[in-house]
Design a protein around this ligand. Structure first.
Ligand SMILES: *Cc1c(COP(=O)(O)O)cnc(C)c1O
Length: 408
């Protein structure tokens, strides 16, 4: 009888080199040629993140009485998020494992709130722009809610079209700050006016914006109101493992008041241990992810975040200027760390393939066909390399197109 598990165990000294060997096939993100999945704030932040994670990798956030350390770190991380996002006194939140998790929790909270306060029980729907993250569709699948994706206008949420899609069973209105495909901040104040008029919960998905936008604004950019400063915003999702530069597995979901947050709690009992009440869907909660998020916040502070996010802004401005020179059109007016651009004459997906061939691991859009970059501080150092390769890639695709046009 043989098992997939090795018959005999091995010491770490044997295992570590094997893992390094395995990692050889992975993208070399530390060189800055990766524009998705990774937020690269440099080796010092990586060191803080990993050391803090390891210190609390065995501890469990499910037990705040056993681990008051983790409870305190979570409280402080949440408080930082609330204050960065203009939350009023009495606002509340929790840490979750990621953006999808935070979005699920916000939808669940809004649903239970609507059940209690509006008597809504079945046939519920969510009205969101077509650019919103698929995590909302997933939450709808699980909670038997209809997802209404409304086409964007000029790449932004269209408040009038969204209002027209609202009915008596609309649970939630969603805007992104920014949306992932185009990196643009939806008109949250206009959505707020709609939400107020129609008595609907407004959620802002700031998964990829919550921990960059406040610092970009402090650095002098004029950003539209997108957070709790808009009175109708009931909840916000903001990922720490994106522009918070925390280890993976860390996000926040924040609520305007403790009263709203109470609808998040899961009270699932009884069972032989009595009654299980948890603040989120999770049972076991990774101590490492909480500790790493807290430690990176202590390490960077406001000054450090302003510096890092300033580098992201510089990288984005260099890229925008460079791609325009090459004849690309930037989609909308990005203000944070994501930029997408299309070409009026050349198929962006063919350029994408060329860039991939040159070692750039990034995303692309299929509707419209465009190149997509999610920038990190590191990209400020390599923006010129990206643009040089983009010029070469564009040349190669133009040659191909020319050749095929005159081939026969
Ligand atoms: C990343 C992202 C999500 C999902 O977050 P995960 O941590 O990948 O689950 C949701 N919304 C937006 C706008 C995002 O950028």
């Amino acid at each position: 009888m043989s098992f997939a598990l090795p018959e005999r165990g091995a010491p770490w000294s044997d295992i570590e080199p094997r893992m390094r060997e395995l990692a050889k096939g992975d993208v070399k993100w530390r060189d800055g040629r990766t524009g998705m999945y990774i937020f690269n704030a440099g080796p010092e932040v990586e060191h803080v993140q990993k050391t803090a994670y390891a210190m609390f990798a065995s501890e469990n956030g499910l037990g705040p009485a056993a681990f008051p350390s983790l409870a305190q770190m979570e409280r402080e991380v949440v408080a930082a998020g609330l204050s960065l996002l203009n939350a009023p006194p009495g606002a509340a939140g929790v840490m979750s494992s990621g953006g999808t998790d935070s979005i699920f929790l916000a939808v669940k909270t809004a649903r239970d709130h609507a059940r209690a306060k509006r008597g809504l029980n079945s046939g519920l729907n969510i009205v969101a722009p077509s650019s919103v993250h698929p995590a909302f569709d997933k939450a709808c699948m699980v909670m038997d809610i209809e997802m209404r994706r409304i086409p964007v206008k000029g790449y932004l949420a269209d408040p009038a079209a969204m209002e027209a899609a609202i009915d008596a069973n609309t649970l939630m209105l969603v805007g992104s700050a920014p949306c992932f495909p185009f990196g643009l901040i939806d008109p949250i104040d206009e959505l707020g006016a709609v939400a107020e008029r129609r008595g609907v919960w407004l959620h802002v998905d700031a998964c990829v914006g919550a921990y960059i936008a406040p610092f970009v604004r402090m650095n002098g950019a004029k950003l539209p109101a997108f957070d709790f400063a808009v009175p109708a915003v009931s909840s916000i999702s903001g990922d720490l493992h994106k522009y918070g530069y925390a280890s993976k597995g860390a996000s926040t979901v924040l609520f305007r008041s403790e009263t709203l947050k109470q609808f998040l709690e899961f009270d699932a009992g009884p069972w032989p241990l009595g009654r299980m009440i948890t603040p989120t869907l999770a049972g076991t909660r990774p101590g490492g992810a909480i500790a790493a998020a807290w430690a990176v916040m202590q390490h960077l502070g406001v000054e450090g975040y302003r510096q890092k996010q300033g580098e992201v802004t510089q990288a984005r401005e260099k890229i925008e200027a460079g791609v325009r020179k090459l004849g690309f059109e930037v989609l909308g007016k990005p203000q944070l760390g994501i930029v997408s651009f299309a070409h009026p004459k050349v198929d962006a997906l063919r350029v994408y393939a060329q860039m991939h061939h040159r070692g750039w691991f990034t995303a692309a859009l299929v509707d419209p066909r465009a190149l997509h970059l999610m920038l990190s501080p590191k990209h400020n150092e390599v923006a010129h390399e990206y643009l040089a390769d983009l010029e070469a890639s564009l040349g190669a695709v133009t040659d191909e197109q020319f050749a095929s046009k005159y081939a026969g």
